[in-house]
Design a binder for this molecule. Structure first.
Ligand SMILES: C[S@@+](CC[C@H](N)C(=O)[O-])C[C@H]1O[C@@H](n2cnc3c(N)ncnc32)[C@H](O)[C@@H]1O
Length: 420
């Protein structure tokens, strides 16, 4: 049998050995890695190859011959390869999910940044492994609302209930009785510590409409340009994290796991160990989650955020907290950094999935940054940024993965880099 032969449509038996970045389990066959979604390390499985490449293959799970001790019975009826795409790991015991996520972070740092033994702490659970999401995005289907399906991102899997929705949203979802013409997306958001809830509509024509509600909830029509039109109540809700109350507008980002947001704030603060004479940069600042909690420990904060509505939220959140040593700059991080002057000692950066990138990292080095807490929602981009930071003379001190997304393959981490 020669290496690299076409395995397409072959049925093979495999022993699965690890979880891979992006969610599937993996095993080896004829010198090739075979990725098996919905497998668990320790399973012996029969699979059918769906994609065959020279060094790897992707396969469909047909039968679990011997189950792994880490295999669990998924409690959600919509979970699975042809069901809802929201959760990918309900079939893995929760404690085991934590271990596999830690291993994925280590593996990505080894592969993409060359760390033989990266200083990665064990993935920390931050709260409830179910019913944690304070924000869900639903789409219309002929049978009702649902989530994007696991096997086709053009199909919607209708769901009557969702086990990772926070109970405040689950209750709201049960009571929803809507027929909105031209509905594209409907988001439910909650401040789980304030009890405030919001329904956000995105429609084709973006024309305001009348809506009747008999529960305390705000309803907002969100336009494609990001502007909200209030239909009922207010165009924002409030959430509490680490003793601070945050205004979050309909179009502003906020962490979907409130307990996780609190764990992020504490982890970043512990890592940066801010001192009263220092200056702090809060990059990709959102509504000011980190600025509000860190500003009282430093001389000055400069926060940069692109979304103008989030910038207004952040300014209001800082004002409400009585903080007057923070400047919130609206704009693109790369552009805005070019006009800043150093030295700036501390940085917290929480970029979108693509990471900071080379231009931002090299500019931080020019500004003389001493300590950087990098919040990453993808271990692969964390590893790429870690490699660039290494080239700019930053040492990776520790990585703390925090489980903000139980039952899914998503991995949030905070990494501390120190200069020299
Ligand atoms: C992952 S969120 C983090 C927000 C905040 N740090 C938090 O934890 O709540 C990323 C934020 O970066 C903003 N953003 C995305 N790209 C940006 C860019 N190029 N420049 C500035 N802000 C950006 C988004 O609007 C969003 O608010």
């Amino acid at each position: 049998m020669h290496k690299g032969r076409d395995l397409m449509s072959e049925r093979i038996q495999l022993q699965l050995s690890a979880m891979a970045h992006g969610g599937p389990a993996l095993g080896r066959y004829e010198g090739r890695v075979v990725f098996v979604p919905y497998g668990v390390p320790g399973d012996t499985v029969v699979v059918e190859i769906e994609m065959s490449k020279k060094d790897w293959a992707r396969a469909r799970l047909l039968e679990v011959v011997t189950p792994s001790p880490d295999r669990a019975s998924p409690p959600c009826p919509y979970f699975g390869p042809h069901g809802c795409g929201g959760c990918q790991w309900q079939h893995i015991r929760y404690e085991a999910q934590l271990g596999y996520k830690t291993a994925v972070v280590r593996d990505q740092l080894a592969r993409l940044a060359g760390f033989s033994e990266a200083p990665v702490r064990p993935m920390q659970s931050v709260g409830e492994p179910w019913a944690y999401r304070n924000h869900v995005q639903l789409h219309p289907a002929p049978e009702g609302l649902g989530y994007i399906s696991a096997d086709d991102n053009r199909r919607v899997q209708p769901v009557e209930r969702c086990l990772i929705m926070h109970p405040l949203l689950a209750e709201l979802y049960e009571q929803l009785d809507l027929e909105i013409e031209g509905l594209v997306q409907l988001s439910l958001r909650a401040g789980v510590r304030t009890g405030q809830r919001m329904v956000i509509f995105e429609t084709e024509d973006e024309e305001p409409f009348e809506i009747e509600v008999d529960v305390p909830v705000s309803c907002v029509l969100l336009r494609r340009d990001g502007l909200p039109i209030t239909l009922v109540g207010w165009d924002f809700l409030e959430e509490e994290v680490a003793g601070h109350r945050y205004k979050v507008s309909a179009g502003s980002f906020f962490q979907v796991n409130t307990a996780g947001a609190e764990a992020l704030v504490h982890t970043v603060s512990d890592m940066l160990a801010p001192q009263a004479h220092q200056r702090l940069l809060d990059l990709y600042a959102g509504v000011g989650l980190f600025s509000v909690s860190l500003a009282k420990h430093v001389a000055r904060v400069i926060a940069i955020e692109e979304n103008p509505i989030s910038v207004l939220d952040a300014r209001e959140n800082l004002q409400r907290a009585g903080l007057d040593n923070v400047e919130v700059i609206q704009g693109d991080v790369t552009e805005m950094l070019s006009s800043l002057e150093g030295p700036i000692e501390l940085v917290v950066a929480d970029p979108p999935r693509a990471g900071c990138g080379t231009a931002v990292v090299t500019r931080l080095a020019e500004l003389g940054v001493e300590r950087l807490a990098l919040v990453a929602c993808d271990p692969a981009t964390l590893a790429r940024d870690a490699r660039t930071l290494g080239e700019c003379d930053y040492r990776l001190v520790e990585v703390c993965p925090l489980d903000l997304f139980p039952q899914t393959y998503h991995i949030e981490s905070v990494a501390l880099f120190v200069r020299g």
